[in-house]
Write a protein that binds this ligand. Sequence first.
Ligand SMILES: [Zn+2]
Length: 273
Amino acid sequence: METIARGVHDRVRGDRIVEVWFGSHREPFKTPASRQAKSLAGRAVLAVHRTGKHIVFELGAADSADSASAPQAQWIVHLGMTGRLLVTAADAPLAPHTHARLHLASGRELRFVDPRRFGRLEFRSLKKSKPFEGPGDEPLTIGAGEFAALFHGRRLPIKAALLNQTLLAGVGNIYADESLFQAGIRPRRRTNRLTAAEFERLRKALLQVLGHAIQLGGSSVSDYVDANGMRGFFQLEHCVYQRTGEPCRRCETPIRRILVAGRGTHYCPQCQQ
Ligand SMILES: [Zn+2]
């Protein structure tokens, strides 16, 4: 997600949205497509960043080419399971399931493609509303004490807690499994039974796994592709995720798969206690 946001930022910062086209399907957008189209047109893209699982476009005032002013509006994109953002030439062939096309002053287009249509798009005027803030805390910046406090008094399995977006933003299924492996913690352990030392191992493991994934360009196991249309390479490095029955990279015990919070969960019964 961080990789996608950085890729889009590098390509469209300073550009201006000239015209916006939405597909004719009825979409579960937070802001109606017609209103988004009208509101986005004429605005400069000041910056693009990630907040939790959302990509946030900071936009200038309508019909102002000034790309140095403070943001006046935001376009908030939640990619869902299969959403993609592409920056292309205006005449590049349309991918199936293209739901939005933003024509840019540079002649290129920013496109939102989503086969399963779980993505969410929202326009927010900062004159009327507060800036978007992700639902949970950011795993890449949270401190040791805050991290343990997040889970304090909860009895749910630690894996379920990691996936809970109101606690921590942006931790997907793969990263949760890989972090629990790195920390040596079984996914079904109740959060109220974890020690302070285990929480600290888990926080460091999350930092390492998320940091590594960002460097390598995200994971390609869920369908997402970065802004260049390139698949990430993180899947080559998985220790447990989708390695059911294969030998653990540390101890050679076969990796097991269970369900936790309805999600496929992979762990080593020897290395994780
Ligand atoms: Zn093992």
